[in-house]
Design a protein around this ligand. Structure first.
Ligand code: HAM
Length: 424
């Protein structure tokens, strides 16, 4: 067979050592969320197309233009999931998770959207998401935001800003929409084409417009926060108070709207200046109507999802990713007898010394060739075992990254020697 085998545009391979950075982020996120009482939920990659149309919204860009939708062999319309919230709600309803109790869940994995690929925007991308159900107050909003902030702290990221807004209730939004349309109609001829079209369909999405002339008009547009009823006003104020108490800085952005229809009340986004146009690293908000809308009992809900690719790019831009994965030890072996013994020793050492990364030479080779492989693997030390060492139950330790004379070590002393090196 001939011809190229290439990945599809917008679909990426994640190779080592970058995959090590992914593991690190996932590990820290799982630790932070798990210790705060969030349980991991594993969800299918494929759902009925109607689930997304009914939750994200039939006239959103995601559902209208970006889903990977296909008919399966039964003639059912299925879609690769473009996000995780809808599936999480579907699963919660079908397993009775929301009946009267609070639920805190998190998930991770690939999502699919047929967007135009560019830096930070892909067709298969990965999210880590957290969702909390059955809690109506600003307390859970502050908790979820604090958990994301903790993740940035643990990763050492500083180029992120939190933006918050409230979309209020259905009634608040109806009143606001009217005022916004009134205002924008006066400037209709100056709006960009997309925004003119949205004026009748979904005027609040105009707030999101990147077009310069529209942005200029928006400068004097009414703010949603002036149209909230008393309850939603004090709810939003309470969230701000809680964020102040946590020492989390935020920017109130009255034009922050989201591209998914299910949001109500508080919405937020962590943005960065490090990634160009694709600046949202983590986004979310409240969606108090969704569980009921999908057939469950009325259940308040809120969550966020972060984009892994963007987070990794940001961590790289902040120069905060550790060199991960280089082995502490490369085991050089000369001759079959030594190879057999080294394999036993390697297994023992890996189980005796937690976190030890030890690579065993494979495919024999001269001492020089094996040391070249050790160097290429960026190993810290080479343990060398040939006939002489085998006879004396010793190894020769050659330091590959330090100016130190090589030394001989008894097998019995290896464990302690490596423990100290791993701890360094
Ligand atoms: P979203 O804003 O559509 O919200 O996506 C969340 C995050 O996923 C974004 O902030 C971004 O970092 C990342 N992301 C989105 N699209 C792409 C893409 N094409 N390529 C790379 N990264 C991308 C949601 O998905 C909601 N389900 C979040 C949520 C959870 N709201 C409540 N709970």
């Amino acid at each position: 067979m001939s011809g190229d085998v290439r990945a599809i545009r917008g679909f990426n391979d994640i190779l080592p050592p970058s995959s090590g950075h992914w593991q690190m982020v996932e590990h820290i996120a799982a630790d932070i969320l798990g210790r705060a009482g969030y349980g991991e939920i594993r969800l299918p990659l494929v759902e009925s197309t109607s689930l997304f149309a009914r939750s994200i919204g039939a006239s959103t860009d995601i559902v209208e233009k970006e889903m990977y939708t296909f008919e399966d062999r039964n003639g059912d319309s299925l879609s690769l999931r473009p996000e995780g919230t809808a599936s999480c709600v579907r699963a919660g309803i079908s397993h009775g998770l929301f009946n009267g109790s609070q639920q805190r869940l998190w998930y991770r994995g690939p999502m699919f959207r047929h967007e135009r690929p560019q830096k930070g925007r892909y067709r298969q991308f990965h999210q880590i998401g957290a969702e909390a159900f059955g809690i109506a107050g600003a307390d859970i909003e502050a908790e979820l935001i604090a958990l994301s902030a903790e993740l940035w702290r643990r990763l050492g990221l500083d180029r992120v800003t939190l933006k918050i807004n409230s979309l209020g209730s259905v009634e608040d939004r109806a009143r606001y929409r009217e005022a916004l349309v009134d205002y924008l109609k006066k400037h209709e001829q100056d709006l960009d084409e997309d925004s003119r079209r949205r004026l009748s369909q979904n005027p609040m999405r105009i707030l999101d417009s990147k077009a310069e002339q529209t942005q200029a008009i928006l400068q004097n547009a009414p703010h949603i926060t002036d149209y909230l009823d008393e309850n939603n006003t004090s709810h939003f104020a309470e969230l701000c108070r809680r964020l102040d108490a946590l020492g989390i800085e935020y920017e109130k952005d009255p034009f922050l709207v989201r591209g998914l229809d299910y949001y109500t009340g508080t919405v937020f986004e962590w943005v960065t200046d490090a990634l160009g146009a694709q600046d949202a690293v983590c986004s979310g908000g409240r969606y108090d109507g969704l569980v009921e809308q999908l057939g469950g009992r009325a259940t308040p809900a809120i969550g966020w999802a972060l984009g892994m690719e963007r987070l990794i790019l940001l961590a790289e831009a902040c120069d905060r990713l550790p060199e991960s994965g280089a082995p502490h030890v490369y085991f050089v072996t000369l001759g079959l007898e030594a190879e057999c013994e080294a394999m036993v020793l390697a297994q023992q050492l890996r189980s005796q010394v937690p976190s030890l990364r030890l690579v065993l030479n494979m495919g024999s080779g001269s001492l020089k060739a094996q040391l070249r492989r050790a160097d290429k693997a960026r190993a810290g030390v080479a343990l060398i075992m040939g006939d002489a060492e085998l006879e004396q139950h010793r190894v020769t330790v050659k330091f590959l990254r330090e100016k130190r004379d090589q030394q001989a070590l008894d097998w019995g002393d290896l464990k302690e020697f490596l423990r100290v090196r791993v701890a360094e």
